[in-house]
Design a binder for this molecule. Structure first.
Ligand SMILES: [Ca+2]
Ligand SMILES: [Ca+2]
Ligand SMILES: [Ca+2]
Length: 448
């Protein structure tokens, strides 16, 4: 079932040309020589690093801050589905109001999730691009350096080159078109019999130049995801045009990994985020580690006993980072503590994760976000199936990249939400949580 619900990430990371190595590798500076940073207990710390600045192989990803344009190219493999109503639906999915979608469009989701820091400007082309070859040509096209979807991307970019100035689509001015979305109109393979007609994000740096820009990050998905109500993990009753899948893949375009388990036979078998995360089961808001990586929130650092009230994470972005030793980098192991509630994006997704949604409480996440690059800055995969520049992931490794730590250490059976009481699930600190009748939460941290 999982295979049908969830979205492949970074389907293939293509072999690199020497050109890319010299031009496009992320900086590996300083990650092996981290130094402790002195910080006053309970003070805010604005990280200099995020996925765009020095993420592991994510430096050229779609910008997560500002007002980047996002090019969306509809692609036709089905002449019966080329009417303007499909184009309009794609426009609604990417830029529509909540009234039009019954949920959020890509643009509105990211505006809300980023606390106004990211205002994507989607540009959906007014017609379907008609590919040169039939479906089977692209499905079967798989060489060392290219796949069918990247051939399609290059074809479409060339075709529109006369009409479009692609230099408008390089917001961060790194020489690459920030990202391109390809939306095809033939059937999505929900039965799983054809992996090509699915939804995924990938990256393939082109040799070809378009207005002196290379193409690199792109995403690929069908129009069916806007209308499907059978293969979703949330309640689709009120949804008119469903953008969940496009929102999840756009998270990948910014460099985020998947947080669900691709391979249950490898690594820790529990499910890191109880499905309740846009990068897990494609519902709910982005969680605190994703928002830190995207540069949207500023944590309060706790490295000694501490007491505080706490406000809604979805509403304010308030997050506490707990660590014994603080090194001033996101790319490290630590705990994140937030107040989860039904505000905003979370309020609209009524999914299977009933132990979280519909309630409020404190969530504590264990984060293991060390990078895993070799001395040349190349990805050094974790020996598993999951392509990532991080040392730990939620599929193959025994330690997870992100994992909610539930109270009483009873994963799955109990909710991960902390409501009232004293808890010592973590080896170096205790948490005491209090919730009053007005649903105002406060907590204390005691280092042990
Ligand atoms: Ca042009
Ligand atoms: Ca760019
Ligand atoms: Ca696994």
């Amino acid at each position: 079932m999982k295979k049908f619900l969830f979205i492949l990430s970074t389907l293939s990371l293509f072999l690199l040309t020497s050109c890319r190595i010299s031009l496009f590798f992320s900086s590996n500076e300083g990650i092996n020589n981290k130094e402790k940073v002195e910080i006053e207990n309970g003070s805010l710390y604005e990280f200099k690093d995020n996925l765009k600045n020095n993420g592991p192989l994510t430096t050229n990803a779609f910008p997560s801050i500002g007002s980047p344009k996002l090019l969306v190219i509809p692609i036709s493999f089905d002449a019966t589905k080329e009417s303007s109503s499909y184009i309009n639906d794609i426009k609604v999915a990417f830029s529509g109001t909540s009234e039009e979608t019954g949920y959020y469009s890509v643009k509105e989701f990211y505006k809300e999730s980023s606390y106004g820091k990211l205002n994507i400007e989607p540009v959906v082309l007014d017609e379907f691009y008609k590919p040169k070859f039939s479906k089977s040509y692209y499905e079967g096209y798989n060489t060392r350096l290219d796949t069918g979807s990247s051939i399609l991307l290059k074809e479409a970019l060339s075709y529109y080159d006369e009409k479009i100035d692609y230099s408008d689509y390089d917001y961060d001015n790194d020489g690459c078109i920030d990202a391109v979305w390809l939306i095809y109109n033939c059937s999505v393979s929900f039965s799983g019999d054809n992996d090509f007609w699915w939804a995924y994000q990938t990256s393939n740096l082109t040799d070809e130049l378009y207005d002196n820009k290379r193409a690199y990050y792109y995403a690929f998905a069908g129009i069916d995801f806007m209308y499907d109500k059978k293969h979703v993990a949330y309640d689709p009753t009120n949804i008119k045009i469903d953008a969940h899948t496009y929102i999840h893949e756009t998270g990948h375009l910014m460099g985020l990994d998947d947080y669900y388990d691709y391979d249950e036979s490898r690594g820790l078998s529990d499910r890191g985020t109880y499905e309740a995360d846009m990068m897990d089961s494609t519902f709910g808001d982005h969680g605190p580690i994703s928002k830190l990586l995207l540069g949207w929130i500023t944590p309060t650092v706790i490295n000694a006993d501490y007491k505080s009230s706490i406000s809604s994470f979805a509403k304010t972005g308030e997050v506490f980072l707990i660590t014994k030793d603080f090194y001033g980098t996101i790319y490290d192991s630590y705990y994140l503590l937030v107040l989860y509630d039904e505000y905003g994006i979370n309020a609209l997704d009524k999914p299977f994760a009933k132990d979280i949604f519909g309630q409020s409480g404190i969530l504590i996440y264990e984060i293991n976000a060390e990078k895993n690059l070799d001395s040349k800055g190349n990805a050094n995969y974790n020996g598993g199936s999951y392509n990532t520049g991080f040392k730990y992931d939620n599929s193959d490794t025994q330690k997870k990249f992100v994992r909610m730590i539930p109270p009483l250490n009873s994963y799955i059976l109990k909710s991960p939400l902390y409501k009232n009481g004293s808890f010592n699930e973590i080896d170096y600190f205790k948490v005491n949580v209090a919730c009053d009748n007005l649903n105002q939460y406060s907590f204390t941290i005691e280092f042990i």
